[in-house]
Ligand binder design. Structure first.
Ligand code: FES
Length: 160
């Protein structure tokens, strides 16, 4: 019988409840709460923002104001595959911008965007520690080095 009950419990909601309970009386808690809520969900769903607003006794408009101000927060889920294009110095001087341009054209999204089918999210980053292989991009933290625009489509196609 208890097994049935356990299936109904949403582990993410349990974590969020614990988080809100921990911070609800603390001043200046909004940003750490948003960061940790995003770690739980992968992004910040509207319903979660409402719960945060209520628990911290802050107007929902203020919560949205903070979320939209900081680039680290996401209001939409990540794609199944996260493509990070490096524009750090080593990658930049070896043609990283051309690689980025090709990826943007291929996926039809900008920095921070997700394709409509949810297959890819694109992020621009500065140095992912593989400068010797510049220019590089990673997909789901797997680094693809010595990139050139003509290799981009073949790499992306491997990620369903
Ligand atoms: S600059 Fe691109 S990996 Fe270091």
């Amino acid at each position: 019988m208890s097994a049935v009950h356990e299936e109904l419990i949403d582990p993410k909601q349990v974590k969020l409840d614990e988080l809100l309970d921990h911070y609800k009386t603390q001043k200046g808690a909004l940003i750490p709460v948003l960061q940790q809520a995003q770690d739980i969900y992968g992004y910040l769903p509207a319903d979660v923002l409402k719960q945060i607003s209520k628990a911290l006794r802050l107007p929902l408009a203020k919560v949205y104001g903070v979320v939209t101000f900081y680039a680290q927060f996401r209001l939409t889920p990540m794609g199944r595959n996260v493509v990070r294009v490096c524009l750090g110095t080593a990658c930049h001087v070896r043609g990283g911008a051309k690689v980025l341009e090709t990826i943007q054209k291929e996926l039809k999204i900008e920095d921070g965007g997700t394709t409509e089918d949810g297959r890819y999210t694109l992020e621009i980053v500065a140095c992912i520690g593989a400068c010797g292989l510049a220019p590089v991009f990673s997909v789901n933290n797997v680094v693809h080095g010595k990139m050139s625009p003509d290799k981009v489509a073949g790499v992306l196609a491997k990620y369903e």
